[in-house]
Design a binder for this molecule. Structure first.
Ligand code: NAD
Length: 489
């Protein structure tokens, strides 16, 4: 069994106790993970707080911080195969995806490295005589970055990149479900040459470690990605420190297909949108909203493609879809699919475990044709390989169905009609609209949600501002004595 350690104050240490992490493809434990207690969390936050005020970090200028981030990007590029392998074993995500995703995450660190010295304060043309006013953009302080078990390096880069570029220090909390990739990332970070304590990496259960972190008095900023229920806890706990908080939460993303869409490429986009990563993606296109004229032809191709998916050992580069992350997750999906069928949905494919895989939390790519928006699979985020289909006749109906969700993260529109694409993109209630494509990301493009999908935006140049505070500095330029001290100036 492999053993991982905590990373606090630039040193690796064993946890006060440990837990086992399971390989979802074999159902067997494969690694020992450290379980951080509130005492460990306190040390990690204090170490980040010390580093924040220490000249070794505070004394660096923005260009120097950018250069360190660039070195981190290079180190991550070199370590990509090793981290991808750990992520695949710990989460069950296929090696093809973990390797290509981490390789692209390197570009996120490069982007924020370049951004470090390209955001600036401002001078105001102030409406007062003999007065100069300028704005300083100062790093906000110690950041608690809380990461779910899926897409860990991506969700780390979108928080750590802007935080370090802005001059903050960070306590990164990996999920207790599969913390291996981030604990290994700490080893990569350690080699780069950042001052000790600038990044601390811990893991542990939400109830102990998570609450201690988000309510800690020295935390100034919480950047959270995970589910809405956890987000509610975090918002309540942050009432202690009033930390500025951003929430990247779940989704029930609609993919709207009009009659004039190209069947073949739309079917490919739909299949990738819902079945990649076994549907365990916040932007999984889990609600297909299809116009009746194209429905039969499109569903035929979607089902054919879904049934042709190579499901199996995630470490095999030829595997396209692996297991679900946990047994609990598979149980939940089985329950919701059964309830949806009982509520009148028609199963077009899947709906069960694959017969050729005796071990592992596998569940076949599944398509449910649903007659009602009240079908359980339409209403709930499943975080699994289940596509729910709804049908429409008019554009107005399509929009109503697309927006009929408490979530609003990703969305897709497939049409050859440019005017309609514009109308839909303006009216869809989602943080991202992909037109004739799906699941594209870039460090340049802001990402975030509406409603239960959370608030705040990650990526893009402006995201760095969320890790700063503005200070207004007033300077009186006259040497004359202040005439009347009791007048507000
Ligand atoms: P989760 O909410 O269960 O856990 C996320 C993190 O929060 C973990 O590190 C966990 O330990 C921690 N946590 C749990 N309780 C806590 C508490 N009380 N205080 C502080 N931290 C606590 O989510 P998950 O099951 O790991 O991930 C799946 C969810 O994440 C889905 O809803 C998915 O859509 C969402 N997600 C969103 C995005 C996005 O960018 N919007 C990306 C990926 C995943």
């Amino acid at each position: 069994m492999r053993k991982f350690q905590l990373y606090i104050g630039g040193k690796f240490e064993d946890g006060p106790s440990n837990f086992e992490s399971f390989n979802p493809a074999t159902e067997k434990p494969w690694a020992i993970m450290p379980d951080a207690t509130p005492e460990v969390v306190d040390r990690a936050v204090r170490s980040a707080h010390r580093a924040f005020h220490d000249e070794a970090w505070r004394g660096l200028n923005a260009t120097e911080r950018g250069k360190l981030l660039m070195k981190l990007a290079d180190a991550l590029a070199e370590a990509t195969p090793a981290i991808a392998e750990i992520e695949t074993i710990d989460t069950g995500k296929v090696i093809h995806e973990t390797a290509s995703q981490i390789a692209y995450i390197v570009e996120y660190f490069r982007y924020f490295a370049g951004l470090a010295d390209k955001f600036a304060g401002q001078h105001l043309p102030i409406d007062k005589k003999d007065m100069e006013v300028w704005l300083r953009r100062e790093p906000i302080g110690v950041v608690a970055a809380i990461i779910p078990w899926n897409s860990q390096l991506f969700l780390t880069a979108t928080k750590l990149g802007p935080a370090l570029a802005a001059g903050c220090t960070v306590v990164l909390k990996a999920s207790e479900e599969a913390p291996g990739p981030l604990l290994e990332f700490a080893r990569v970070f350690d080699r780069v040459g950042f001052p000790p304590g600038v990044l601390n990496v811990i893991t542990g259960r939400g109830a102990d470690c998570g609450i201690a972190l988000t309510s800690h008095p020295l935390i100034s900023r919480i950047a959270f990605t995970g589910g809405p229920e956890t987000a509610r806890h975090i918002v309540r706990n942050s009432a202690h420190n009033l930390a500025v908080t951003s929430l990247e939460l779940g989704g029930k993303s609609p993919v709207v297909v009009f009659d004039d869409a190209n069947v073949e490429s739309t079917a490919s986009a739909i299949v990738a949108g819902i079945f990649a990563a076994a549907g365990q993606s916040c932007v999984a296109g889990s609600r297909l909203i299809v116009q009746r004229g194209i429905k039969a032809a499109l569903l035929k191709r979607v089902v054919e493609k879904a049934e042709a998916i190579r499901m199996g050992d995630p470490s095999d580069p030829k595997t396209q879809v692996g297991p679900l992350g946990t047994r609990r997750q598979r149980d939940y999906i089985e329950k919701i699919v059964a309830e949806s069928i009982a509520a009148g949905a028609t199963l077009l494919c899947g709906g069960k475990r694959p017969e050729h895989l005796a071990k592992g939390y596998y569940y076949l790519p599944s398509v449910l044709d649903c007659t009602s928006i009240n079908t359980p699979s339409v209403m709930h985020e499943l975080f699994g390989p289940v596509l729910s289909v709804l049908s429409f006749d008019t554009e107005e109906e399509a929009l109503q169905l697309a927006n009929d969700s408490e979530y609003g993260l990703g969305s897709g529109v497939f049409t050859q009609n440019l005017s309609r694409a514009h109308r839909m993109s303006a009216k869809i209630k989602a943080g991202v609209v992909w037109i004739n494509t799906y699941r594209a990301i870039s460090p340049l493009a802001p990402f975030g949600g509406y409603g239960l999908s959370g608030y705040g935006r990650e990526s893009g140049a402006e995201s760095i501002l969320d890790y700063t505070r503005t200070k207004s500095v007033w300077l009186r330029t006259s040497d004359d004595p202040i005439p009347d001290p009791f007048v507000m100036r």
